[in-house]
Ligand binder design. Sequence first.
Ligand code: F6P
Length: 559
Amino acid sequence: MYKNNYSWQQLNEHSEFIKPLHLRELFQKYRQNYQQNFCLQHNGLILDFGKQRITAKTLQLLRNFADQMQIQTWIQKMLNGEKINHTEHRAVGHIKLRAGNNAPPEVKNVLRRMENFADQIHNATWKGHSGKAIKNIVSLGIGGSDLGTRMVVIALSALHLPQVKLHFVSNVDSADLVKKLTSLNPETTLFIVESKTFTTQETMRNAESAKAWILNFFHEKSKNFSGNLVENENEIVKKHFVAVSTNIEATQKFGIPPENVFEFWDWVGGRFSLWSAIGLPILLAVGKKHFADFLAGANDMDEHFIHSDLDKNLPLTLALLSVWNTNFLNAPSFAVFPYSQSLTRFPRYLQQLEMESNGKTVDRNAQIVDFATSPIVWGTAGTNGQHSYFQLLHQGGQIVASDFICVKKSDFPEFITDSKNKNSQHLQQHQNILLANCLAQSAALAFGQTADEAKKYGISDDLLAYRTFKGNQPSTTLILPELTPFVLGQLLALYEHKVFCLGVLWNLNSFDQWGVELGKHLAGKILPFFKDKNNTKNDEVFNNLDSSTQLLLDSLLKC
Ligand code: F6P
């Protein structure tokens, strides 16, 4: 609770008025000037938040709160390059990566090198060690060095170039890598090792095993003719590995020569890094023009975010609604439902973006906050979720705030509009059904169904209680015109800035992630036992483990 924050106090009082109101009543009495008050538009995007449990006054109070928390000042601090990631003494500069002509020279330089590399892959002038063109590219990365890039590559599958196929491996479970490798030919495969630090255990393990796979293949192959294998190793790695990292020294140690390394900088946070060279797989999948459009879309949202007034600002509005639902309506979770198969990985990307950024309880003054911060983020692409967990949303009794994202046009429009395509009429029906379901779900969640209504629909008395839906679940709906690279760029930057705003509103540093360190540290202590299976007895580290972990470890070592 912000005890000395006047706006927060006012919101608190106001929430006592809102809580007993049902969305039905809010729509009857508090939805004047609907379009003006409960809908925002920006360059093709439409954000409808009328189904949130708010009135125009709620929005006003929330915007006052943003003002009191000095949102504009914090935006300026970020733009000025101040080290607002204070616990790591770093600036937060991902906006600069998509600034087009205004981007810093080093950003433009790396982008040019990425494009040049992509050209060589696409026109097959980059050859593998045995002289064959590269057909498959495997991105090895995890977290921010995987989730965003992978999501975008999948989202833009309608635009994939035929020359290369992109693959992703992130898990340290060898099943992830092995399943991939067994379907690939080493001679035509190239790996991109994506890691900001180049020390992440999962990525480095996968990279080492991938390197061994490539080298072993060429060693075996060379047995048929004479050649100095040891000397060749560097040459082989050079043809089959590139890296994206801030740690140039480590990439070299791994054996990747500097000309194969695409660098980025410590002012790019991992989960905000897909606009940097970390996005290389996107460029390879869809080509220069589409990658430039993707960056331009994000830049368009940056401009909107930086220059719009508080009452017109889409990212800020999403953040304020999140504060309202989390802190004043006590909704513990937030679900995102993209009604688009292409956005199927968007919820996973958003999980890291929101929860790694704002899943914190220590504020910028090193004080423990006494209010809820990031909700648990979850969701899947619609309509699939409707046939699994939507039952709980409709009748489970918990408040779940959600964002519905729908895309007006299908991503494969040529299949639908091509008159020669005999299936086009059938395919159009898919899009119609998808959109109808999206609208139906948010309306059903908002308004529910009373017993009287159920009766009118002919439900028998003994089933009335079961066929009644409480409704009153708050949601926002975002309409995207179509899933172009530009629109996708707008979408991701929209949520990035929402996360930034939430950090300001909750007074958190959204750009560090100390919480993930403890587990890494403990894994480092436990790993040696698996390497040397006999050393648990009388071992000091083992004896200091809790008895549960000791038992589990012993059981696993006996396997
Ligand atoms: O999960 C912790 C984390 O540091 C993330 O923030 C980051 O995106 C991920 O690990 C991968 O890190 P790196 O790019 O350094 O391999």
